[in-house]
Design a binder for this molecule. Structure first.
Ligand code: 6PG
Length: 265
């Protein structure tokens, strides 16, 4: 019998509601981790979908900023384009503009991927930063409290693109990868690292993602074509936060917008 995992999903009306719920999930994960261990370690993605959540985290009109004990948070990145940290394409720059420049997160608590370096060097330095911050030994993997992912309409997540060599990297924590994009090189966490997290959630919106999301969750296992299928937490939770358009091909959620799927491994 194939193993199955449970995937929780929540469907929201619009991107503002996705932003509010995502900010709440992030703040709750930080609160829980700080409460349990005195520190929280999270990794965030770039892309357009998380932008509103990031802005809300630092917005004084909401309580997310006050709920987060910023001095006890270590912030990592899921992936990065190999560009300078000032580039409009940099995930670090997105985080800086939306919340790092406004929230009291000490600079030393931000572990960015140095996209300005040669890709292999940036990946090696990021791996070694993770080893130090998590005090890892040997083949140990970091256990992030939360990893926030997005998904592309081609089924990629993080910078794990269809048919790329990065999909076969299972020994390293981070890897350089070449993608079809105006910035061809990126550095990404490897999928075993993502799957070792305590909580993983995807933020997905737009009708262009509906069919591929259905395939990722309910179709045959084809991770070469649909790398998001590689994301199956070892023992943690997997949640999806979706707008109506992205969720339109999944079984309809309950009246409160929540749904649950059993997904084969
Ligand atoms: C990035 C990502 C990438 C992203 C998806 C979804 O930095 O671009 O890490 O995996 O999450 O491409 O992007 P959107 O939110 O823009 O649809």
């Amino acid at each position: 019998m194939p193993k199955t995992i449970q995937v929780h999903y929540q469907v929201e009306e619009n991107s503002e509601a996705i932003g509010l719920t995502a900010a709440d999930w992030i703040a709750s994960s930080v609160e829980a981790a700080v409460g349990a261990r005195g520190t929280a370690r999270i990794a965030i993605s770039g892309g357009s979908t998380p932008k509103r959540a990031f802005e809300l985290l630092a917005d004084p009109a909401h309580n997310f900023c006050k709920r987060i004990d910023w001095g006890r948070l270590l912030l990592f990145f899921v992936d990065e384009r190999c560009v300078s940290p000032e580039s409009p394409d940099s995930n670090y720059r997105l985080a800086k503009e939306t919340f790092l420049s406004k929230a009291p997160l000490p600079e030393g608590n931000v572990i960015r991927i140095e996209g300005e370096l040669a890709p292999e060097e940036a990946a090696a330095r990021y791996e070694s930063a993770m080893r130090n911050r998590f005090r890892l030994e040997g083949a140990e993997l970091p256990r992030f409290d939360l990893i926030v992912l997005g998904m592309g309409s081609n089924g990629h997540t993080a910078s794990l693109f269809p048919h790329s060599a990065a999909l076969h990297e299972t020994m390293r924590l981070a890897v350089a990868t070449q993608v079809e994009d105006k910035n061809p090189w990126r550095v990404t966490l490897t999928w075993p690292v993502i799957n070792h997290a305590d909580k993983i959630f995807f933020l997905i919106q737009d009708a262009s993602k509906a069919e591929v999301l259905k395939e990722v969750l309910l179709g045959p296992y084809q991770p070469e074509r649909l790398p998001s299928q590689l994301i199956r937490p070892e023992s943690g939770e997997l949640g999806l936060l979706l707008d109506r358009a992205a969720a339109s091909k999944l079984p309809p959620p309950a009246a409160d917008g929540r749904g649950l799927l059993e997904v084969g491994r």
